[in-house]
Ligand binder design. Structure first.
Ligand SMILES: Nc1ncnc2c1ncn2[C@@H]1O[C@H](COP(=O)(O)OP(=O)(O)O)[C@@H](O)[C@H]1O
Ligand SMILES: [Mg+2]
Length: 241
């Protein structure tokens, strides 16, 4: 489904993403972990067309997409959520998702139907006409997910969707992500909440100083002493449940 080869991004003297190569198989749920500043978000920006690469190639479903713009890549079926949610404050919950749905279906009626469908799917059915500015963080994250799903992705990138959520909200969102996977969407998730990584992902990739430190089955990678040293040792104890 996705092939990333030798992807590299420099910011001045800093190599934020350093010669990263990996593949994602259809139906996989891939986790990405690594300390703050490891280059995780930048890697997403490069793959999904939000930043130009300095070197390397990306293929999606066999097609070279390096250098394509984010909206072109989104139309091919690859989309992402943002670590910091920025909904349109003047629009209500439903309208925010309609804007996203219009990317795939320019017909307003269809876009509205799709928006309502995904909002019910993520559990925001009771908030269709609520103001987005007053939504609590847990629901804002669901709105972010609904916007991404409205574009009908076959490959979805999630950037710390669990960040700032309570344990109940984490469990709730994990259930939603399981349902997303069941609908046939391939998922790639950057996440610091280890419970979500261990329970949801089959494959795990660890970034450290922009480079790939480990990549393999989650159960194996999570026990790798090098990974524990570089990352897991730094995690607050209460996050490791
Ligand atoms: N637009 C930018 N300009 C300069 N430096 C950046 C930019 N974006 C990210 N960086 C730097 O690149 C490194 C990786 O950042 P990022 O990808 O956001 O890490 P992560 O998501 O793993 O926390 C950090 O050192 C960050 O400060
Ligand atoms: Mg980040």
């Amino acid at each position: 489904m996705l092939t990333v080869e030798h992807l590299t991004k420099r910011f001045g003297g800093l190599t934020a993403v350093d010669d990263v190569s990996f593949t994602v198989e259809e139906g996989d749920f891939l986790g990405i972990i690594g300390p703050n500043g490891a280059g995780k978000t930048t890697l997403f920006h490069l793959i999904t067309g939000f930043l130009p690469t300095d070197a390397g190639e990306v293929w999606f479903k066999g097609k070279a997409i390096t250098g394509k713009k984010a909206y072109q890549i989104s139309r091919l079926g690859m989309t992402r959520t943002f670590q910091i949610t920025k909904p349109f404050g003047q629009l209500d919950v439903m309208e925010n998702v309609v804007v996203a749905a219009l990317q795939q279906s320019p017909a307003l009626r269809e876009a509205r139907e799709r928006a309502e469908e995904v909002l019910r799917f993520v559990g925001l059915g009771a908030y269709l006409h609520h103001s987005v500015t007053h939504l609590p963080i847990g629901l804002k994250k669901k709105l972010e997910l609904a916007k991404a799903l409205a574009t009908r992705p076959s490959l979805l990138f999630l950037d710390e969707v669990m960040g700032g959520l309570s344990p109940d909200e984490v469990r709730d969102l994990m259930d939603v992500l399981r349902k997303v996977q069941e609908t046939g969407v391939t998922l790639v998730m950057i996440e610091h909440v280890l419970q979500a990584i261990t329970e949801l992902t089959q494959t795990l990739l660890v970034l450290h100083h922009g480079a790939l430190l480990a990549h393999g089955a989650t159960v194996d990678v999570i026990r790798d002493p090098e990974v524990v040293d570089a990352y897991l040792g730094e995690v607050e104890p209460d996050a490791v449940h």
